[in-house]
Write a protein that binds this ligand. Structure first.
Ligand code: MF3
Ligand code: CO
Length: 251
């Protein structure tokens, strides 16, 4: 069942979304050569808790950290630790915060220092594919219209979309119905209705779309070792343009 949020719920989702977006921004600013991924995780946890919120990912299905940090050929769910970021790395940061009963969920990929032209291309294609999805994230369209718009843009630009992980409804639970794949034919899946809140999150590989999960049970990498990027926002379907609940803003 897809939950439709009331005006009061939406106000709370906006507040959770703001904290989450600010946490992503803080993490992105820490992506500098020499910083460890654990330092970023610690700073984000303090920031979220300092705003009276709770990191959504910490202990979620046993996940051991507050942020997912996925470097280069890591797609998603990289666990922060002693790894030191290097010049030329691309670093995907995924953050969730729970505030007043609702979650915000967002991600972005940041360059560490100067990165290759192909890495820059991948990052911009991934981010733009989200915005292509937003053009059709409207009342009356269907979920797979978003999926199709994302996939078409990514493939037109020579990259591939990950199939094994998808976007999702977001609200009082981190993961709610419906699933929001980043691929598929248009015109399928539930109709979009005002009050639906979705986490739309293209995961894009420079090479083929295949992935593998490492023996830590979390880290997802590209099968072919190619670079991968991620971009995610929590959004609200309205009577007009979608509202982005996790747009970068200061608090
Ligand atoms: N943004 C990711 C998602 O939507 C975060 C989940 S990571 C987990 O699935 F650790 F919480 F599982
Ligand atoms: Co998500």
């Amino acid at each position: 069942m897809i939950s439709l949020k009331s005006p009061r719920d939406i106000e709370r989702m906006r507040r959770a979304g703001k904290i989450t977006a600010a946490a992503r921004s803080l993490a992105g600013k820490m992506v500098i050569p020499g910083v460890s991924t654990l330092e970023i995780d610690t700073a984000v946890r303090r920031f979220i808790e300092g705003h009276g919120a709770v990191p959504s990912f910490l202990n979620y299905n046993g996940y051991p950290a507050s942020v997912c940090i996925s470097v280069n050929d890591e797609v998603i769910h990289g666990i922060p630790g002693g790894r030191i970021l290097c010049e030329g790395d691309i670093v995907s940061i995924d953050v969730g915060a729970f505030f007043e009963g609702f979650h915000g969920d967002c991600a972005a990929t940041y360059p560490c220092g100067t990165v290759s032209a192909e890495a820059k291309h991948l990052i911009s294609v991934t981010e733009q594919s989200f915005w292509e999805g937003m053009k059709v994230a409207r009342e009356g369209n269907r979920v797979s219209d978003i999926s199709h718009a994302v996939q078409a843009y990514v493939e037109k630009n020579g990259c591939s979309v990950v199939r094994d992980y998808v976007g999702h409804g977001v609200g009082s639970k981190l993961h709610e119905a419906p699933e929001v794949p980043n691929y598929g034919k248009p015109g399928h899946g539930p109709r979009l209705l005002p009050g639906m809140t979705l986490a739309v999150e293209p995961m894009v590989n420079l090479g083929a779309y295949g992935i593998k999960v490492l023996s830590d049970g979390w880290t997802v990498k590209t099968q072919d070792g190619s670079l991968s990027a991620h971009y995610e926002n929590s959004i609200l379907i309205t009577r007009g343009e979608p509202e982005i609940l996790t747009l970068e803003e200061s608090l």
